[in-house]
Design a binder for this molecule. Structure first.
Ligand SMILES: [Zn+2]
Length: 422
């Protein structure tokens, strides 16, 4: 067995051509004319890519198991079977007009790491487990990151299985329909840590001409649903001081959200969207509006301050305008802090490989946020063109994908290899 400290090992590389060809090959399952992928979770296309993934993992010597939510675990034994495996992977489902890298890169790069270790005849001390999480995207069934949420018991299994899509099909029925309701009870696959490679889905690495993002934090998030009830009245005959204008009220709320995020920035963002004016007409003062708003920040204290600030602003604005504003918090997730040992291994791998890198905050949500609540976890980002994702035009270069996979490989060797023992 190769000792982990040999020069041959420190130069070990994944096979960039093989990684790239698996990305192109799997993009055919749900491939769109514009070069993207439509592979909604638990669809027929998802079954096809899952079957491909299972066969590829088995061909690489892994034992594949599936849990009650269809999460797939491909186990590669290590020298020490008493150790829980190091999990590596991401997801293979996409948005309705998704790309061929979001989630897919992380899952296929994890497979490529196993293949590269096989080629080099390397057995790690800690076993490895390549993972494909079910329904990361959340576009067919809400919420997003459903499989990993179930795995870490953030949501109960029965509640997840009962969630339905727009056609009324439940998660349970969809799992059965594609034959991926597995035998393994939820949460029984243990991990000693988790590491996920992902495209950045933002513009920073590309703008700064860097190759690797060492993700240290994930944004906390609060989602609200709002409803403003004013009074519909004639746009011509109602004097300004007698109006209860729901849209003018919303305008103040929009500016309050923006001001809070700016004042508490730069590491805070706030957005108002998904606005519906009931019974609208150009000569009726809007009387009823529903809207959605959210804040995101990697700082727990700032998240709390944004929440308090918005609640206070809404009360003040509603009183001033003599309307009623109902603001319901429908989701709140505290910021994620990745494990310094894992992020340190990622940074050290990038350094060793001579790849430019910087610490980053993840603006988007990922399965790793859930894993971080139970085991030491980290993420690696690589650039994507113009920061575009959740779009058929999503694009990443072969070199950047390979660089990310090589960082994954060397971080895995550091975390699972137990080089001190070798
Ligand atoms: Zn993703």
């Amino acid at each position: 067995m190769t000792a982990l400290s040999t020069p041959a090992l420190s130069n070990l590389q994944i096979n960039a051509d093989r990684l790239w060809s698996t990305i192109l090959e799997t993009a055919q399952f749900g491939g769109t004319p514009k070069g993207g992928v439509k592979r909604l979770t638990l669809s027929e296309e998802d079954r096809q890519v899952r079957d491909w993934f299972r066969a590829a993992c088995e061909a690489a010597g892994c034992t594949v198991s599936v849990d009650a939510l269809g999460n797939m675990f491909a186990l590669r034994p290590g020298r020490d079977a008493s150790k829980a495996p190091l999990g590596i992977g991401s997801h293979l489902d996409t948005q309705p007009t998704g790309g061929k890298f979001d989630g897919i890169l992380g899952t296929l790069a994890a497979l490529e790491v196993v293949r590269a270790l096989n080629d080099a005849g390397i057995e790690t001390d800690t076993p490895l487990c390549v993972v494909n999480w079910t329904n990361e995207e959340g576009s067919r069934f809400a919420p997003a990151m459903m499989g990993s949420a179930g795995h870490v018991a953030d949501l109960p299994l029965a509640e997840i299985l009962a969630r339905t899509d727009a056609e009324g099909v439940s998660v349970g029925e969809a799992l059965d329909a594609i034959g991926y309701r597995g035998e393994v009870p939820l949460g029984t696959q243990k991990f000693s840590g988790f590491l996920e490679l992902h495209i950045e889905q933002g513009p920073i690495l590309e703008a700064e001409n860097l190759t690797i993002g060492v993700v240290e934090h994930g944004q906390g998030i609060i989602w609200y649903n709002g409803r403003i009830t004013g009074f519909e009245s004639h746009a011509g005959s109602t004097p300004m001081h007698l109006r209860k204008d729901a849209l003018a009220t919303l305008s103040e709320i929009v500016l309050a959200v923006e001001k809070l995020a700016v004042d508490l920035g730069p590491n805070a963002v706030g957005t108002v969207a998904d606005i519906t004016i009931a019974r609208q007409s150009r000569n009726v003062i809007p009387g009823e509006i529903t809207f959605a708003t959210e804040f995101r920040t990697p700082d727990a204290g700032i998240l709390e301050a944004l929440d308090k600030g918005l609640q206070a602003a809404v009360v003040r604005i509603a009183q001033k305008r003599k309307v009623s504003v109902q603001l319901d918090t429908i989701w709140r997730k505290e910021p994620t802090h990745f494990d310094p040992k894992v992020t340190g291994a990622v940074a050290a791998a990038a350094q060793k490989l001579g790849l430019s890198h910087r610490p980053m905050v993840s603006g988007a949500g990922h399965d790793s946020f859930h894993l971080a609540t139970i085991v030491p976890t980290g993420m690696i980002f690589v650039p994507c063109k113009d920061g575009v994702s959740h779009n058929e035009l999503e694009s990443a270069t072969k070199d950047d994908c390979a660089a990310g996979a090589n960082v994954l490989l060397h971080a895995v060797l550091a975390l699972a290899g137990d080089a001190a023992k070798a």
